[in-house]
Ligand binder design. Structure first.
Ligand code: SAH
Ligand code: SF4
Ligand code: F3S
Length: 451
C-alpha cells in the first residue's frame, strides 16, 4: 500500500466522519488507460475515497481519456456535455478529465468547459487524491510530464476480468510522425524489473493466472540491468502465473532472442500483436516507422518458422498523407500475404502537435479514406473467417472469463492464441478448460469441452 498523505480541508468534509466521497472512473482508449484507471483507484482508495457503482451515485466523476484520433476526443467532449447536466443538478460534484486528452488539450479544456473542475495528465496520478480535494474549492490543472514517474509502489485496484494488466514501460521515444503519444505521455521509461516482479506476485496472490505486460514499444523495455526477454523469463517463473502476454511490441525492436524466448517458454502465449501501419515502404518511411515492408515480412517469416502455432494481429492506418492507390494496394497485398488473425484498422486522423501536423499536409480526401478502410476491413474479415475455420477439430486450452451473452449455459474465454472461444460448461471464471473447436465465425470459435 502506498502511504499517500492527503491534506483534508475541514470545509470539504460535508458531514461528521463522512469519508472523502465516492469516485466513479470512466475509461477511454487503450489498455494503458485501463491499467492507469486501476492505479488511480489504488491511489484514491489508499487516501480514503470509496468507489461508486454508478455515475449518478458518485461525488467525483473522472473520465480517463484518449487523444489518439480526433474521434476519441469528440466522444469525450460529447460525454462531458452530458455530464454538465448532472453537475447542474449536483453542484458539489467534482468533474475531472484525466489521461492523454487532458494533457493534449490542457488549459484549452478548462477554457472551453468551465464546469470541469480538474484536468490531470498521465504523470500526475500520485497527487490525484490531493488534487480532487483541492478542486472542490478551485479548479486544478496538473499536466506536467515527469520522466521519473514510474508509479513504483502504487498497487492498482483491479475490479474485473481474469487478466491482470501490468504497465512495465511508460511513454514513447519513437515519434512516429502521425502519433500523439510521445507528446501526451512523455519520454520512454521502464519500471524496475524487481518492481514488475513484485506487482506480478501481488496479482498472482490475488488469484490472477494471466498477466499482460503493457508498454507502447514494450519490447524496447530495459531497466538498466534487465531487458525484455529476461523480464519475460522472470515473470513466467512467478508461482501461479500460467499465461504471460505483452502488448505492443515494435517491429524494429523484435530480435532473435525475443523470438527464441517466446518459442521456448511455455507460459508465454503464442500470440503477437505486431502493428505494421502500412504495407508500403515509402509510406512507412514518412511515418518514421524505422522498418520497411521487406523487413516486416522477414520478421513475420522468422516468427512463424520458430513458433509454428503463432497467432498474429496488427494495426493499420489508411489514408496517411500522400498514400497513393498503389501504396494502398501494397497494404492489401501485405495483408493477403501475412494473413493476420485479426487487425485494428483506422483512417488517418491528423493530430495537433505531431510532426505530420506540422510538416505533412493531410491530403487524402475523407471519402477516399473511407473507401480504402472499407475494402481493407472486407479483406481482413474474410481472412479472419478463413483462419478461424482452420481451427476446427483442434483442442485449445481456454481461460474462462464469464457467461456468454447468448445461449443458456454457455461461457466464453480466450485461448493461448487470443481467440475468443464459446462453449457450454459450468466452469467458473479463471479456470482453464480444454475445448475441441467444432465451428467458427470471423470473430469467435465455438466448441465443446473434451476430457
Ligand atoms: N505503440 C503502438 C501503437 C499505439 S496507438 C505501436 O507503435 O504499435 C494504437 C494504434 O493507433 C496505432 O498502432 C495506430 O495504428 C493507430 N493510430 C495512432 N495514431 C493515429 C492517427 N493519428 N490516426 C489514425 N490512427 C492512429
Ligand atoms: Fe505512437 Fe509510434 Fe510510439 Fe507507437 S511507437 S506510441 S505509434 S510514436
Ligand atoms: Fe492509449 Fe489513447 Fe493515450 S491509445 S496511450 S489512451 S492516446
Amino acid at each position: 500500500m502506498s502511504s499517500l498523505l492527503v491534506e483534508i480541508d475541514p470545509v470539504v468534509q460535508t458531514k461528521d466522519g463522512d469519508p472523502l466521497g465516492s469516485v466513479f472512473i470512466e475509461t477511454y482508449g487503450c489498455q494503458m488507460n485501463v491499467s492507469d484507471s486501476e492505479l488511480m483507484r489504488g491511489v484514491l482508495g489508499d487516501a480514503g475515497f470509496s468507489s461508486a457503482d454508478s455515475i449518478q451515485e458518485a461525488d467525483v466523476v473522472l473520465l480517463n481519456t484518449c487523444a489518439i484520433r480526433e474521434h476519441a476526443e469528440e466522444r469525450v467532449l460529447g460525454r462531458l456535455s452530458q455530464l454538465r447536466h448532472l453537475k447542474t443538478r449536483k453542484p458539489d460534484l467534482v468533474l475531472g478529465v484525466c489521461g492523454c486528452m487532458a494533457k493534449h488539450m490542457s488549459e484549452k479544456l478548462m477554457d472551453r468547459l468551465p464546469y470541469v473542475d480538474l484536468v490531470l495528465g498521465p504523470d500526475s496520478y500520485r497527487d490525484l487524491a490531493d488534487l480532487v480535494v483541492r478542486s472542490r474549492n478551485e479548479p486544478s490543472l496538473s499536466v506536467r510530464l515527469d520522466r521519473a514517474e514510474h508509479y513504483d509502489g502504487v498497487d492498482p485496484v483491479r475490479t474485473d476480468g481474469v487478466n491482470a494488466w501490468v504497465t512495465v514501460q511508460r511513454g514513447c521515444d519513437k515519434f512516429c510522425t502521425f502519433c500523439v503519444v510521445p507528446y501526451v505521455r512523455g519520454r520512454e521509461r521502464s519500471v524496475r524489473s524487481d518492481e514488475v516482479v513484485r506487482q506480478v506476485e501481488v496479482a498472482a496472490a490475488d488469484g490472477f493466472k494471466e498477466v499482460t505486460l503493457l508498454g507502447q514499444t514494450v519490447n524496447s523495455y530495459h531497466d538498466g540491468v534487465c531487458d525484455f526477454p529476461e523480464l519475460l523469463r522472470r515473470l513466467s517463473n512467478v508461482q501461479g502465473i500460467d499465461r504471460v502476454r505483452f502488448t505492443s511490441p515494435h517491429p524494429s525492436d523484435f530480435d532473435d532472442r525475443l523470438i527464441a524466448t517466446i518459442a521456448e517458454v511455455d507460459e508465454i502465449c503464442k500470440f503477437v500483436h505486431l502493428p505494421v501501419q502500412s504495407g508500403s515502404t515509402k509510406v512507412l518511411k514518412r511515418m518514421q516507422r524505422t522498418y520497411s515492408r521487406e523487413s516486416y515480412l522477414a520478421l513475420v517469416e522468422r516468427l512463424r518458422e520458430e513458433i509454428p502455432s503463432l497467432a498474429l494481429s496488427t494495426d493499420i492506418i489508411v489514408g496517411f498523407p500522400d498514400e497513393t492507390a498503389g501504396d494502398f494496394e501494397e497494404t492489401l497485398e501485405l495483408v493477403r500475404r501475412v494473413r493476420f488473425d485479426f487487425a485494428f484498422m483506422f483512417k488517418y486522423s491528423e493530430r495537433e502537435g505531431t510532426v505530420a501536423h506540422r510538416e505533412i499536409p493531410d491530403t487524402v480526401p475523407e471519402t477516399e479514406k473511407s473507401s480504402r478502410l472499407e475494402s481493407l476491413i472486407e479483406l481482413q474479415s474474410r481472412i479472419s473467417a478463413e483462419v478461424n475455420n482452420e481451427y476446427i477439430g483442434s483442442v485449445l486450452d481456454v481461460l474462462v472469463e464469464g457467461k456468454a451473452r447468448k445461449g443458456k449455459g454457455r461461457v466464453y474465454g480466450k485461448s493461448d492464441g487470443f481467440k475468443t472461444v464459446v462453449f457450454t460448461s459450468e466452469a467458473l471464471p479463471n479456470t482453464i478448460v480444454p475445448v475441441r473447436i467444432t465451428s467458427a465465425t470471423q470473430k469467435t470459435l465455438l466448441g465443446e469441452v473434451t476430457a
